[in-house]
Design a protein around this ligand. Structure first.
Ligand code: PLP
Length: 473
């Protein structure tokens, strides 16, 4: 063992216990964090994070409501929402109280005595979820929820093939990764992945053809695994007839429907579960992200009695040590309480509609040469840009304006806007003003380049469009 570990741990414990850091401590913390990321986590992150550049380094230290605060005390409006963790806001007092109350008494469970909170939470979920979903298994993450759901589907049907969508994201453990669609994440592991068929999203013909081919060849599908709205895939909202059609086809071919609501669930899109927009009852719902109220890592998958039957006799067929622990259950129960009491599903719809309208008005002068589209449902929103470079510049510009959005160099063509459902009108207006400012800057930087393109391409095609565009520039 290196000799300074004891000292180091004590120094960091003292830091954690501190309310306020002095200037030297702040500087040291920032420098050490950069160095630690560089030498002990992955230097690659420093290249991709817009919170790290030659101009500034933002090291997070605290969060509250709809904001993060960095070590230097600068407050950022959180429109990234941890990719959908913070539906009830950051450290909602009621969730925080439930978790600290529980922590004062007991943190984790014995693994042998019956733990009461797990039972209460399972019953609450049976009440809350659509249709005859009844039994719950608790996990520590969305990935684990998907993983477990896939195993349950295979056990219940005795089939092995899973159908998922191109553009879908379900996590990165080998089972969940099978459902995830991007080559960059899957390619190196393909021989170890499940039997998969990825089909275009929002295309019922493709689904019908695939299910019928699989039946013909004897590779029958166990389950269709879908996000109600593609999150990672760029906030793709399906047609209203898609999920009712998916349900019908699943029934026709005896296939289970797994709704991956890890990101869309817990009120994000204006209903407790997104699939309820289309009155569809899935066979399994996967939860994660916001399920733990932005305070505890927590996930779950919930299925019908028929699905659970294979594990009634052997509940040890699928287990986890930490899943469903008392702290996570306390957080989830408080989260559901807050979502209902503060009517946050309804709020996601009204604030989402308002936010989307403002986004659409803001981008209008910059469409389609800079911004292609603003879209979404509830407070699961996105802006799509003409190319990834513009997307990255916009998210970087917004960051400078103290607004955090989800856009990286890897997938910056679409940036996601997923603030806490508690976001205020004033904060939405701040975001819109900042977006306006950044768009204006980028348009003026791009003017020479655009004018050339317009001269070359647009004028011969459409004189009217050119006049409109140049006026807007
Ligand atoms: C984030 C996400 C997951 C994976 O959840 P983790 O908590 O990162 O394991 C799975 N499915 C969807 C739809 C997600 O958005």
């Amino acid at each position: 063992m290196k000799t300074n570990v004891l000292q180091d741990t004590q120094r960091i414990l003292n830091l954690i216990a501190k309310r306020d850091l002095d200037d030297d401590e702040k500087k040291q913390l920032i420098d050490e964090t950069v160095e630690n990321f560089n030498s002990y986590i992955n230097p690659g992150f420093l290249k991709y994070r817009k919170s790290f550049s030659s101009d500034y380094v933002a090291v997070e230290w605290a969060d509250n409501g709809s904001t993060f605060t960095c070590v230097k005390g600068i407050e950022y409006i959180d429109c990234l929402g941890g990719y959908g963790i913070y539906n009830v806001g950051h450290r909602h007092p009621k969730v925080l109280k439930a978790v600290t109350d529980q922590l004062q008494r007991q943190a984790l469970h014995s693994q042998e005595l019956l733990d009461p909170l797990r039972g209460y939470l399972a019953k609450i979920l049976a009440e809350l979820t659509p249709g005859n979903l009844k039994y719950a298994f608790f996990t520590n993450s969305g990935t684990e929820s998907v993983e477990g759901a896939l195993k349950m589907a295979m056990l219940a049907t005795g089939r092995r093939t899973i159908v998922a969508a191109v553009g879908g994201f379900h996590g990165k453990s080998l089972g969940a990764l099978s459902g995830t669609s991007k080559a960059v994440f899957r390619k190196a592991f393909i021989p170890s992945l499940l039997n998969m068929r990825h089909i275009p999203f929002n295309d019922l013909n493709a689904l019908e053809q695939t299910l019928s081919c699989l039946q013909f060849t004897g590779d029958d599908a166990a389950a269709v695994l879908l996000e109600p709205i593609l999150g990672e895939g760029g906030i793709i909202v399906p047609n209203d007839d898609y999920f009712p059609g998916v349900r019908r086809l699943c029934d026709k071919y005896g296939v289970l429907l797994i709704a991956d609501e890890v990101q869309t669930g817990m009120g994000r899109t204006g209903k407790m579960f997104c699939i309820e927009h289309w009155d569809v009852e899935p066979d399994i719902i996967c939860l994660g992200k916001a399920f733990g109220g932005g305070i505890m890592p927590a996930g779950a998958f919930i299925g019908s009695e028929k699905l659970w039957a294979p594990i009634f006799n052997n509940p040890f067929l699928h287990t986890t040590t930490f899943g469903g622990n008392p702290l996570a259950c306390a957080a989830a129960i408080a989260t559901i309480n807050v979502l209902l009491e503060e009517r946050l599903c309804e709020r996601a719809k009204t604030m989402g509609d308002l936010f989307l309208n403002k986004l659409k008005l803001t981008i209008k002068p910059y469409t389609p040469h800079i911004v292609i589209d603003a879209r979404g449902k509830g407070l699961m929103l996105a802006l799509e840009f003409a190319d990834t470079d513009i997307g990255f510049r916009i998210s970087k510009g917004l960051f400078r304006e103290k607004i955090l959005v989800a856009g990286t160099l890897v997938n910056a063509k679409t940036i996601r806007i997923e603030p806490p459902l508690t976001i205020t009108l004033e904060q939405i207006n701040n975001v819109i003003n900042a977006l306006n400012k950044v768009l204006k800057e980028i348009a003026s930087e791009m003017k020479p380049q655009l004018t050339n393109e317009l001269m070359n391409k647009i004028i011969p095609l459409n004189i009217f469009q050119h006049t409109v565009l140049s006026r807007q520039l």
